[in-house]
Structure formats: structure tokens, C-alpha cells
Write a protein that binds this ligand. Structure first.
Ligand SMILES: *Cc1c(COP(=O)(O)O)cnc(C)c1O
Length: 355
């Protein structure tokens, strides 16, 4: 499929780079100069185009707007210590995007388009990536249904796009989270494992309610019994109990995080005991009370590791260990940072170099 590789490039005449603070940008509000677009029409993916970042035009009857036939991905590009532009495990994002597409009755984007698209876009906007510690360029591929049709059926036409935006060297403060036992994020047979818009829209109200109670985020529990821990916001969740890394197993209801998989791999490589198994709220509260729960942290592309310092359950806030003493999660974070920045060898083959 040589057609996959063709990219038509139109460069901007008005780069925003000069007026952008790459060390402290407002995340999610600033986008780099170009975007990639590839349309699926007449049953086939067409040529890729890179064009200046701008609004796109869609019909008011666009089926995505009404019924949320839409999926996305999220990954980061870094400038390493050798001044190379690298992306962390992008092929895994491509695979996951196909999985999400399949659940949402969408044509999967071929990995060759996904990879060529990211590569060519990042080559063009590489000046947007600095090697200042902690900074990166967030890469947001997404795919939307394009039919101007308000009947409910899978769309015929689709658009795949990639936009990017700078992420600053922000420090993610330790989180206060609430174990949610009323609302449900995902159920068996549903769409929880897919990165699809509706999952996140449905999570807004529970999250806002928790914020009003003073929490930063939720820990979701299973939709049937609300007794088992699932994940947190856009992060998977991990516990260290008596030196063992424990995390909920991937399934229908839990998104298969690439950070999760990376940390499990590193932990096993370091000889640590890892258990992927259902973990109950009862076990968590009991291990807090017995003093065996050493660390709790969320893992995802946004923060890599987000320490959790307080867990709220049934109206009681449980305080966890001091973040400075968290040798396991700090070590995972450190190892991942060193692999991404090229300080240590990429022995797992996770780094994809651009050019
Ligand atoms: C994206 C996401 C994650 C984390 O996945 P990564 O690949 O590690 O970024 C976890 N849970 C949900 C619900 C997500 O959307």
C-alpha cells in the first residue's frame, strides 16, 4: 500500500512559535503550527495532508456531533539529550486506536498512516519540542465520523487527524482522590476499554461532584458491585502493598494503558513481584489500617506517575505515606524519564526516533 506513504504538505506563513512560551504553555490551549488530515471516503483512506493548524468545517448534521462516533489517542514527543526527536511507543497507540475503532464500528487507521503521519508532522514542527526537563509535545490523533446524517448507523466517511500542543515542565502535585461507589464509568460489554468520547462525557458529572467535595479525581469501581477498584480518570491505578505491585487486570471496563504496561515491564525487570488481579476497596482500606499500603499512584501519559496522597472512602479520608519516601513509584518515574531522554539504553525497544 504505497499510497499510505504519500503526504502533501502546505506550510504556514505565520508560525506561532515565536510568541509561544514552550516552558510554561497553557496546556490544551496552544497548538503547534501544523496538523495532519487523512480522509476515509469511498471505502478507502485517501492521501495524507499536512496543513496549517486551523478550524475544520463540518455539517451541523455531522453524526459525530449527535452520536459520538469518535475515538482518540494521546502520546508525547520529546527532544532527548542527543537532540533527537523521539516518541514513546507510538505503535502501541496505533494498535489501541484500531481496537477503539473496531468497538465503535469505524474503519481502523492503518499503522503505516498513523506512523507516517506522526513522523512527518513532528519533522515539520520539531522546533516546538525543547529539551528543557519535563517539557514535551503532546500528540493527539483522533478520528471522527463525517456523514451529514442524523439517522443512527455507522458513518460511511471518516476523518483522521493529528494535532499537537506543547506541555510545560509542570509539577503534578500529589492527589486527593475519592473512591466512587455510586456512579459507574464502564460496565462489562460496554465501551470502557475504548478511547471514545462518550466515556469521558459521562465521567464529567461524577468528577465535578467529587471536586465540590474537595477531591482532585475519582477512583472508579466496577459497575456491578462497586467493590473492586478499576482506574482513575485517564490513568490506570497501582498499589504497592508489602513490596508487591498490584493493579487491576485489563478487561472490557479498564483502558489498557501504555504507561501501565511499561511500569509493569520495568517492575518485573527489576525483580519485583507484580500482581494483575482484582483488588477490592476492602483490601485497600484494610491494608491502610494495617500499615501495609506503601504507595498508591495513577499512571498515564499525562503525568507518567501521579502520586495519590489521600483516599476518600465512605466519607472518611485516609492519609497515605509521604511522597518523598515513595521509592517504588519514584524509581519507575525516574527509569521512564531516563529512557525517554536517552540517558539509559532503551532495552525494551520503546523509543521511536523521528528522522
Ligand atoms: C488514556 C487513558 C489511560 C492511560 O493510558 P496511557 O496509554 O498510559 O496514556 C488510562 N485510562 C483511561 C480511561 C484513559 O483514557
Amino acid at each position: 500500500m504505497s499510497i499510505d506513504q504519500k503526504v502533501f504538505i502546505t506550510k504556514t506563513n505565520h508560525s506561532k512559535l515565536e510568541n509561544t512560551d514552550l516552558i510554561n504553555p497553557i496546556f490544551g490551549k496552544v497548538y503547534a503550527d501544523h496538523m495532519l488530515r487523512c480522509d476515509f471516503t469511498k471505502g478507502a483512506w485517501q492521501d495524507m495532508k499536512i496543513i496549517p493548524y486551523n478550524d475544520i468545517s463540518i455539517s451541523p448534521a455531522n453524526t459525530t456531533l449527535h452520536y459520538a462516533q469518535t475515538i482518540f489517542e494521546g502520546l508525547k514527543a520529546y527532544r532527548n539529550i542527543h537532540e533527537e526527536i523521539v516518541v514513546f511507543r507510538p505503535q502501541d497507540n496505533a494498535k489501541r486506536m484500531k481496537l477503539s475503532a473496531s468497538r465503535m464500528c469505524m474503519p481502523g487507521i492503518p499503522e503505516s498512516i498513523f506512523m507516517t503521519g506522526i513522523t512527518e508532522l513532528l519533522k515539520l514542527d520539531q522546533e516546538w519540542i525543547t529539551n528543557h526537563p519535563g517539557t514535551s509535545l503532546y500528540v493527539r490523533p483522533f478520528q471522527i465520523a463525517m456523514d451529514p446524517y442524523v439517522g443512527i448507523r455507522p458513518s460511511d466517511d471518516y476523518t483522521f487527524m493529528i494535532i499537537t500542543g506543547p506541555v510545560g515542565a509542570y509539577y503534578s502535585k500529589p492527589l486527593k482522590v475519592k473512591i466512587e461507589t455510586n456512579y459507574t464509568r464502564a460496565v462489562v460489554g460496554g465501551t470502557g476499554f475504548a478511547k471514545t468520547g462518550g466515556n469521558y462525557a459521562a465521567a464529567l458529572k461524577p468528577a465535578i461532584e467529587a471536586q465540590k467535595e474537595g477531591y482532585d479525581q475519582l477512583i472508579w469501581t466496577d459497575g456491578l458491585s462497586h467493590k473492586y477498584i478499576e482506574e482513575s480518570g485517564t490513568m490506570n491505578i497501582m498499589f504497592i502493598i508489602d513490596g508487591t505491585l498490584i493493579t487491576s487486570p485489563i478487561g472490557d471496563t479498564i483502558l489498557s494503558g501504555i504507561t501501565r504496561d511499561s511500569i509493569i515491564t520495568i517492575a518485573k525487570d527489576q525483580g519485583m513481584k507484580v500482581e494483575e488481579r482484582p483488588i477490592s476497596t476492602f483490601e485497600i482500606i484494610q491494608s491502610i489500617e494495617q500499615g501495609n499500603l506503601q504507595e498508591v499512584f495513577g499512571v498515564g501519559t499525562a503525568a507518567t506517575v501521579a502520586h495519590i496522597k489521600t483516599i476518600g472512602y465512605n466519607g472518611i479520608d485516609y492519609e497515605l505515606s509521604d511522597v518523598k519516601s515513595r521509592k517504588y513509584s519514584l524509581e519507575f518515574l525516574n527509569t521512564l524519564d531516563k529512557i525517554k531522554s536517552g540517558i539509559v539504553e532503551d532495552k525494551f525497544g520503546w523509543i521511536h526516533k523521528i528522522n
